[in-house]
Design a protein around this ligand. Structure first.
Ligand SMILES: Nc1ncnc2c1ncn2[C@@H]1O[C@H](COP(=O)(O)OP(=O)(O)O)[C@@H](O)[C@H]1O
Ligand SMILES: [Mg+2]
Length: 325
């Protein structure tokens, strides 16, 4: 089984520990999304996996091959790790056409010309850019550039792919299209992928599994719905989706009160509702209306489908679902 295994990984920049004691498995054929705020160490982790950065400690292997082992003093060079890399800034060569950008790594490997052309035609079809073969990157849109960068990383037949915020510069509509394309490629080429982003919408769209990272540590890992429905901390609840985080005793007088996560869609306005608050603010959000409800000393966010309430109005509500953290 070709799985990526990371154990006890530590990466430092000088005296600063960026990644600490990190354990991670990426399963065969899995698309794992690492989701975390800017600066939490996502790119540093990928640099460690690819060999661009030497960890201080730990173990990294893919299938039988050991990439890094601090105990056995193994540190495989980047080229031998056979990882396809895609970055946010495309990193295409401006003086080369689309064709030359894509086939450059194959030429370096001295692969026969007819074979190169076959690979090129196949991959251009996969990324839906067969008609742009002779165009220079400057004459391409951001989305097209990123598809070329993906193609270039794929021609080398990587055993593993790392994508570091590949769609951060792409507009939302095109982003959805490219996410579908990346998922299609991952299924077709049967390669595990680590996809790094700070955008939860991208994560939900594409992930088999999501891993939440903060300050160089993995906070939670699970299926997208597990992370959303059962966040293990306030950090995760706030980072994924909107949420109200309140103490239990705001609603019920309990002794050992814990904190509750209540999603805005789980509060229901009802004439016979148990709780009474008033509407403080309303925001039109397209497919729903976001209402800020003042209740005791808290402000609760509620999502509703209709716009029949007005600011200042007293309303009653129930809480249909909550999760203790
Ligand atoms: N070359 C570097 N030298 C020193 N510190 C760095 C370097 N690159 C990144 N860092 C620091 O490491 C931390 C993690 O950065 P990074 O891995 O780029 O985060 P992310 O990709 O999640 O935004 C940040 O605090 C950043 O300032
Ligand atoms: Mg980064």
């Amino acid at each position: 089984m070709k799985e990526l295994v990371i154990k006890n990984l530590k990466i430092e920049y000088g005296k600063n520990t960026i990644i600490n004691n990190l354990d991670l498995h990426v399963k065969k054929d899995e698309l794992l999304v690492i989701l975390g705020p800017s600066g939490c160490g996502k790119s540093t982790l990928l640099s460690g996996v690819s060999g661009l950065l030497k960890p201080t400690n730990g173990y990294i292997s893919f299938g039988e091959r050991i990439f890094f082992d601090s105990e056995k003093k193994i540190n495989m060079i980047t080229e031998k790790r056979e990882i396809g890399f895609v970055f946010q800034d495309y990193s295409l060569w401006p003086h080369m056409t689309v064709k030359d950008n894509i086939i450059y790594p194959l030429k370096l490997k001295k692969i026969e010309k007819t074979k190169i052309n076959l690979i090129l035609d196949d991959i251009l079809k996969d990324i839906e850019l067969s008609d742009k073969k002779d165009v220079y990157p400057n004459n391409l849109s951001g989305g097209e550039k990123q598809r070329i960068a993906i193609a270039r990383s794929l021609v080398m037949n990587p055993s593993f792919m790392c994508l570091d915020e590949p769609l951060s510069n792409i507009d939302p509509i095109l982003k959805m299209r490219l996410l579908k394309l990346i998922k299609k490629i991952q299924i077709e080429y049967k390669i595990p992928m680590i996809y790094v982003t700070h955008d939860q919408h991208e994560a939900f769209e594409i992930a088999d599994r999501i891993l939440i990272m903060d300050k160089g540590e993995i906070i939670q890992s699970g299926l997208p719905e597990e992370i959303y429905n059962e966040p293990n901390s306030a950090f995760v609840a706030k980072f994924i989706g909107r949420s109200n985080i309140v103490s239990e005793n705001v609603f019920d007088r309990k002794k050992n009160c814990k904190r509750l996560v209540i999603r805005p869609e789980d509060i229901e306005i009802s004439e016979k509702g148990k709780y009474v608050g008033f509407v403080k603010k309303k925001i039109f959000r397209g497919s729903f209306v976001e209402m800020h409800i003042k209740y005791n000393r808290e402000t609760l966010i509620i999502h509703v489908n209709n716009d029949k309430h007005f600011v200042g109005e007293e309303i009653r509500f129930n809480i249909n679902k909550s999760h203790v953290i």
